[in-house]
Design a protein. Structure first.
Length: 157
């Protein structure tokens, strides 16, 4: 059974993603402000900026690049989230995180590594497949030469 739905344009998909991100951010920030955790909200907003940007600019349907970047961004910010969750005063820890360049180096470093993987892995895969194809061509040419030696030039066709 075929789908007769019209394909979404990239502008429509962008606006949908933007609305979803703004809605989630509004709900989360309202909750954090209600709980009095304004610095925590700031840390989360700044810390998850790479994944927000990746989700906004991703145009492919499966969104694998933004999923990769989000996973690495989450891995980078996870130690900070754990320290926020363990502390008795998360706002104090979040204030300290704003002033600690090593935390931001780790958070954005992981996200940058995710961007790097998204850019480099397809090129490495292309190189690997090219080398494999060349090897297969040489192998088949060798087999072709053996057949010609064994059966004569009439095998060429």
């Amino acid at each position: 059974m075929s789908d007769n739905k019209p394909a979404k344009s990239s502008a429509s998909r962008f606006l949908t993603n933007l609305v979803i991100i703004i809605t989630i951010f509004t709900i989360l920030s309202s909750l954090l402000i209600f709980l009095g955790l304004t610095y925590v909200m700031g840390v989360l907003a700044i810390g998850f900026m790479p994944c927000i940007v990746a989700n906004l600019i991703e145009k492919r349907k499966k969104r694998l690049a933004s999923k990769t970047i989000t996973a690495f961004n989450l891995a980078g910010i996870m130690p900070l989230l754990f320290s926020l969750a363990r502390s008795h005063d998360p706002n104090f820890v979040a204030q300290g995180a704003f002033n600690d360049p090593y935390i931001w180096l780790m958070v954005y470093g992981f996200a940058g590594f995710g961007w790097l993987l998204v850019q480099i892995v397809p090129q490495i895969a292309f190189l690997f497949l090219t080398i494999k194809a060349d090897f297969t061509i040489r192998k088949l040419q060798g087999l072709q030469r053996q057949l010609i030696e064994e059966w004569g030039e009439g095998v060429k066709g």
